[in-house]
Design a binder for this molecule. Structure first.
Ligand SMILES: [Zn+2]
Length: 292
């Protein structure tokens, strides 16, 4: 049995290397249930979900991490997000018509870019953007890590529309680039096949790869699909437009403005009193007037 909807951290005892294993099933199904994506998009979106959970597990922040690939062709946006308490969500924006007939991930998105955004609940937002270069999602990410001079990192990802999984191995910050045996750990990681990553449980994967090493597998943390959208956040997004513009749109739609969340399909409604309150109260909704 594979280990699903959980993230499990790994620590090598005698070498300065850490890692994590992730498997997603129900959370992945919830993401895919929100839209009718082509099979190829389901696969890459699953890989991005697995990747963002792995990256979040390594950061000691309270907040959220998102991984976004953007392109100018028919695939516009692929986005996956994970919070410190392991709530995941994801979305793809794909235009009608055939996808590029190319196996390479970087050719699926025309002039693609990849952005990693870290948003702590308090403190500075960080974003790194690099051109999308690599045959697979994991190759693009590894290139991102080497270009942004991060710690040596190996990322393996797999998804098939039903299950998404990933393994991360990384040199510990204290060791810098000088971890002994790093090459050896990576060489063994590379022997893991895609179907093994998708089908085997975490203990079996670790034994299969590293039974000669002293390696610890921590207690698993559960993962769930949960959207972080809110009425307040929708209201903030509306303020890209002016009060007059918003009132006009509301009037055109029978006195109510509807904002729907693309991640979870939740609909937030605002009437003209809500819109006026928003601009009067410095970006805050007046709860007395709010609709639900
Ligand atoms: Zn939502």
């Amino acid at each position: 049995m594979s280990s699903s909807d959980q993230i499990q951290r790994i620590l090598f005892d005698e070498i300065d290397v850490r890692g994590a294993l992730v498997g997603l099933e129900e959370a992945y199904a919830e993401v895919l249930a929100r839209a009718d994506y082509p099979e190829r998009i389901e696969v890459v979106l699953g890989e991005l979900l697995a990747a963002v959970v792995l990256l979040t597990s390594n950061l000691k922040i309270e907040g959220r991490v998102s991984l976004q690939a953007q392109g100018e062709g028919s695939v516009r946006i692929l986005m996956a997000e994970c919070t410190h308490d392991n709530h995941v969500r994801g979305i793809a924006r794909v235009e009608e018509g055939p996808l590029p007939d190319d196996e390479r991930f970087d050719r699926l998105l025309v002039n693609g870019r990849m952005a990693l955004t870290i948003e702590p609940n308090s403190g500075q937002r960080y974003q790194g953007v690099v051109p999308l270069e690599g045959a697979s999602v994991s190759e693009c990410l590894e290139r991102y890590f080497s270009q942004s001079e991060q710690l040596p990192t190996k990322i393996q990802l797999a998804a098939d529309g039903k299950r998404a999984a990933g393994m991360l191995t990384q040199v510990l910050p204290a060791a810098g680039s000088g971890a002994a045996d790093w090459e050896h750990i990576v060489a063994l990681a590379q022997t893991l096949k895609t179907d093994e990553l998708l089908e085997l449980d975490n203990e079996t994967i670790l034994y299969r790869l590293y039974h000669e090493e002293r390696v610890r597998l921590f207690e698993p943390d559960p993962l769930i699909f949960k959207c972080e959208c809110s009425r307040e956040r929708s209201a903030n997004a509306m303020q890209m437009m002016t009060e007059e513009e918003l009132l006009e749109v509301a009037e055109e739609h029978g006195g109510q403005l509807e904002m729907s969340c693309q991640f979870c399909n939740e609909v937030y409604r605002f009437d003209s009193a809500d819109i006026q309150a928003l601009f009067r109260n410095d970006g805050h909704l007046n709860d007395d007037n709010s609709l639900h």
